[in-house]
Ligand binder design. Structure first.
Ligand code: SF4
Ligand code: SF4
Length: 189
């Protein structure tokens, strides 16, 4: 099986935050460049190249169930190798569940890019593992994606959310939490 290379793609360098560089999400990195020599000016500089960049790759690059998908810069979204987790709480019983979410960093210039049929198929495959989708446009704006097989209406559900800050991303509005909880439980009945 042939391996993949980033080539001229550097979409992750714009869309994802890099804490050690104080680089926010959806912000071009100071070291980003567009060159056939590589898209990072400090890739070979051990003093400047961030550790988090060294240990990270998108799921397209690692072929993590993405064999049929296109390079991120062509489809305008990046599937993060690291998941997020969402705490879902039933206000009546106090019961909590932790949901895994695959993070999809979406270029705000193409806000509907997450509706790519190949990505939807990918999310349906994740749904079989009870993993939902979390589309991120920046550090604050996101949309939860619930696949048809995870809800009783058997349709794609998109729940926009605006968290007040990065640390509160898992504490979503009660209505959203309740909806998620009910949909997952009804699916089990
Ligand atoms: S988004 Fe993926 S393919 Fe594009 S530069 Fe980043 S790691 Fe490489
Ligand atoms: S340091 Fe290099 S690899 Fe890391 S975000 Fe910036 S340009 Fe990309």
């Amino acid at each position: 099986m042939s391996s993949r290379i980033c080539g001229t793609c550097s979409l992750c360098c714009k869309l994802l935050p890099v804490v050690s560089l104080s680089k926010g999400a959806n912000t071009k990195c100071q070291y980003q460049r567009y060159s056939q020599k590589g898209c990072c000016k400090v890739y070979n500089d051990t003093n400047k190249f961030p550790l988090e960049c060294g240990v990270w790759s998108c799921r397209w690059l690692t072929k993590n169930d993405t064999e049929d998908m296109f390079r991120p810069d062509r489809v305008h979204y990046v599937i993060d190798t690291f998941p997020d987790h969402l705490t879902v709480r039933d206000d009546n019983t106090g019961e909590e569940q932790v949901w895994e979410a695959v993070q999809i960093w979406c270029d705000p210039n193409y806000p509907d890019a997450h509706r790519d049929p190949k990505l939807r198929s990918y999310l349906e495959r994740r749904a079989k593992e009870h993993i939902i989708g979390m589309v991120r446009y920046n550090s604050y704006d996101s949309t939860i994606i619930i696949a048809p097989s995870l809800n009783k209406e058997r349709r794609w559900i998109e729940i926009p959310n605006r968290a007040t800050n990065w640390s509160k991303e898992q504490l979503l509005a009660d209505a959203v939490v309740k909806q998620l909880y009910e949909e997952k439980n009804s699916d089990r009945k």
